[in-house]
Design a protein around this ligand. Structure first.
Ligand code: ZN
Length: 490
């Protein structure tokens, strides 16, 4: 497959031409959410970033298998293998089964993802559904000499691994510095070194989510699921692994180590990371009171929000920044995005109405080329959007008669806008629902007028039938002197 797409690989720290292992197939694994709370802004950015990558790869002609996991077990409150399981804690506080917590927040996540118009992954595996595979993976790591068992728990031996492989190659952390900077914490004396990480944890008696194993009744360490499920569904070597930059260390560093220790080689060819979102310049955190869920953004129901912001405004806002830059949320920035998005949609509408001339005074091929160049350059969406706004200028100049466009160029511009705005950037018209409402209103009015005519002709069987049929369809008529009102049945 011929393409010029380059993507920044966090492992080599440079932009590389994207060349999948088995074209036209491409495999992509993205770390999904731990489903213990409402979907928030922090989830929106990787969701939109990797949806963009997925859409662009498909646009280029690749057959993409996109795997995004759901973490439903094993993610403890801190990264040092300590604390309660996040989902179990929520279940305890809310008096729910852990799997009820998982289902509830997974449903919210899926609903919010649909609102943001992200495409569904090809496979969405869950950690709790792959316990046997995870145990098998641990066994391979132990057999290869890179893990040890203590009191029913199994830990990864980072120091031993480092003698043969390069632990820290992704995050740039150096083991000697890690050794100097980590101190042994209370309760971590099971580990040979404080930076060793759990592959299997023996469960305490009150722990709910636990499974039998050769080592103990317990549960897998959080990092393990991604090594296991990515290679299960994409092969022992696959193309792209994505996630937020906050996952780079320790999560992805540990993933590399686990895969190399079990398989004898690394699995991932391109590591891709999106940068984070700040709110008014601050990190988003519950403790700072600036934690905004997507539902709150869409409804405007949060003290920090001046107004609701539609899903497409949020999507447009995220796309306005390059995925490797930080993005700062503020009301001003969001209002600007809302205007920008509306201007783009207005241009799409205008585009459908302009008439071609025999000759063009505008250069659509150059515009098309620069749109591809922007996406090929590590998905440079800010540059892509500025190119598309050049297209908006062209559309407006043709409309007001200061420029002309041939029918071939008009077709080319229409295709370009459709492919890039809707296909690749994944934006969509938000008036669809309102348009449907208007259409229904017009249709019901036509039917009411027909019924009125039947009554005037004393054709009461027809007028009664229309009333009954409408009722069956959920529309209730209230007769008045000069016609009827209607409402939807409650
Ligand atoms: Zn992961």
């Amino acid at each position: 497959m011929q393409n010029n797409f380059t993507i920044y690989n966090s492992l080599t720290r440079r932009k590389e031409k994207f060349e999948p292992l088995h074209p036209p197939f491409a495999g992509m694994y993205v770390c999904g959410p731990t489903v213990y709370s409402d979907t928030h802004l922090g989830h929106a950015r990787p969701a939109v970033t990797f949806d963009l990558l997925y859409r662009y790869l498909m646009h280029l002609g690749y057959k993409v298998r996109y795997v995004r996991n759901i973490t439903d077990v094993g993610h403890l409150e801190n990264d040092a293998d300590e604390g309660e399981d996040k989902i179990e804690k929520k279940a305890r506080l809310e008096h729910l089964e852990p799997m009820e917590v998982v289902q509830m927040y997974m449903n919210t996540f899926h609903r919010n993802m649909d609102q943001l118009n992200t495409l569904k992954p090809s496979i969405e595996p869950r950690a709790s559904g792959h316990i046997i595979e995870q145990q098998e993976f641990i066994r391979r790591i132990i057999d290869n000499g890179f893990a040890y068992e203590v009191n029913g728990s199994v830990y990864f031996n980072v120091e031993k691994y480092s003698r043969q492989y390069n632990y820290g190659k992704l995050s740039g952390r150096v083991l000697d510095e890690l050794m100097a900077n980590t101190r042994t914490l209370e309760g971590q004396d099971e580990k040979k070194n404080p930076f060793d990480f759990a592959l299997w944890k023996k469960a305490s008696p009150e722990h709910i989510m636990k499974w039998p194993s050769g080592w103990s009744e317990g549960f897998p360490g959080w990092h393990l699921e991604c090594s296991v499920m990515s290679t299960k569904y994409l092969g022992e070597v696959f193309d792209i692994h994505g996630g937020g930059m906050d996952l780079l260390f320790p999560h992805h560093e540990c993933e590399i180590a686990q895969s190399a220790a079990a398989l004898g080689h690394e699995s991932v060819r391109y590591w891709v990371h999106n940068n984070m979102i700040t709110i008014n310049g601050q990190k988003m955190a519950r403790s700072l009171g600036n934690f905004i869920t997507l539902d709150q953004l869409f409804s405007g129901d949060h003290p920090l929000l001046d107004q609701p912001y539609s899903p497409m405004t949020i999507r447009f806002f995220i796309l306005q920044a390059h995925y490797r830059s930080t993005v700062d949320f503020s009301n001003e920035a969001l209002k600007a995005s809302e205007k920008g998005f509306q201007r783009l949609m207005k241009a799409v509408e205008t585009l459908g109405m302009i008439k071609p001339s025999d000759k063009s005074t505008v250069d659509i091929q150059r515009l098309r080329k620069s749109c591809y160049e922007a996406m090929d350059d590590d998905m440079n969406t800010p540059v892509l959007l500025s190119n598309l706004f050049e297209g908006v200028k062209i559309i407006n100049s043709v409309k007001d008669g200061s420029e002309r466009i041939s029918s071939a160029d008009l077709e080319s511009l229409t295709t370009l806008f459709r492919e890039f705005i809707f296909g690749i950037l994944g934006l969509r018209e938000e008036e669809d629902a309102r348009q449907d409402d208007r259409l229904i209103g017009n249709l019901v009015k036509i039917i009411i007028d027909l019924r009125q005519a039947a009554k005037v002709n004393r054709d009461f069987s027809t007028s009664d039938r229309i009333r009954q049929d409408l009722k069956d369809a959920g529309v209730v008529l209230n007769d008045k002197k000069d016609g009827a009102d209607w409402e939807l049945e409650k």
